[in-house]
Design a protein around this ligand. Structure first.
Ligand SMILES: CC(C)(COP(=O)(O)OP(=O)(O)OC[C@H]1O[C@@H](n2cnc3c(N)ncnc32)[C@H](O)[C@@H]1OP(=O)(O)O)[C@@H](O)C(=O)NCCC(=O)NCCS
Length: 157
């Protein structure tokens, strides 16, 4: 556990760090549950800088940092839909995602919604389970020509 984790809204200047975390975490952590081809297709999402810019400009997008280092990020689309939650590969299991999720859930309530939803990876399911999310269904989702198995989860706030 780390005590001095701070959370703030992301800015466009954070894009290089955010995309490195995304790429490295997919390769190092999600590779436990997905095959090599799936991982490379997924990790290549880091290179779509226009999309990251749009996410930061349009959505509620927060980063966790320790000192000057970004160690995780998360963002909401549609006001209630958790579209991304990633923690730096070297900072796993130190409560960073739990802190990000608490703030994301508060924002969903502030936005006037009573339920938060997400599509989560096989890798992340135990984390969401430990935060009392229910599985709505297991699904196969197509992304850039590859099929990914994941779960739709939700929690009443
Ligand atoms: C899922 C993820 C965001 C969790 O981040 P984290 O900062 O390590 O999570 P926390 O430290 O807040 O975890 C809190 C609790 O969740 C549960 N948990 C988290 N990861 C777990 C795992 N891999 N297996 C079992 N339980 C887990 C545990 O109960 C944990 O408490 P503990 O460490 O005291 O046992 C992180 O592993 C990650 O970046 N995964 C890859 C990206 C990803 O799949 N994101 C999901 C969106 S698709």
């Amino acid at each position: 556990m780390i005590d001095d984790i701070e959370i703030r809204e992301a800015t466009l200047d954070d894009i290089p760090e955010i995309t490195s975390i995304f790429r490295d975490t997919v390769r190092a952590v999600n590779s436990r549950d997905y095959n090599e081809k799936q991982i490379e297709v997924w990790a290549s999402g880091a290179d779509d800088i226009d999309k990251w810019e749009e996410r930061i400009k349009r959505f509620y997008f927060i980063v966790a940092h320790v000192g000057d280092t970004i160690v995780g990020f998360s963002y909401l689309t549609k006001g209630y839909y958790l579209d991304g939650l990633f923690v730096h590969k070297d900072f796993q299991r130190r409560t960073i995602a739990s802190k990000l999720l608490r703030i994301i859930e508060s924002q969903v309530s502030i936005n006037g919604f009573e339920v938060i939803k997400s599509d989560v990876s096989i890798t992340a399911l135990p984390f969401f389970d430990s935060h009392f999310y229910e599985v709505e269904k297991k699904q196969k989702k197509s992304h850039k020509g590859m099929v990914f198995e994941n779960y739709i989860v939700y929690k009443e706030l």
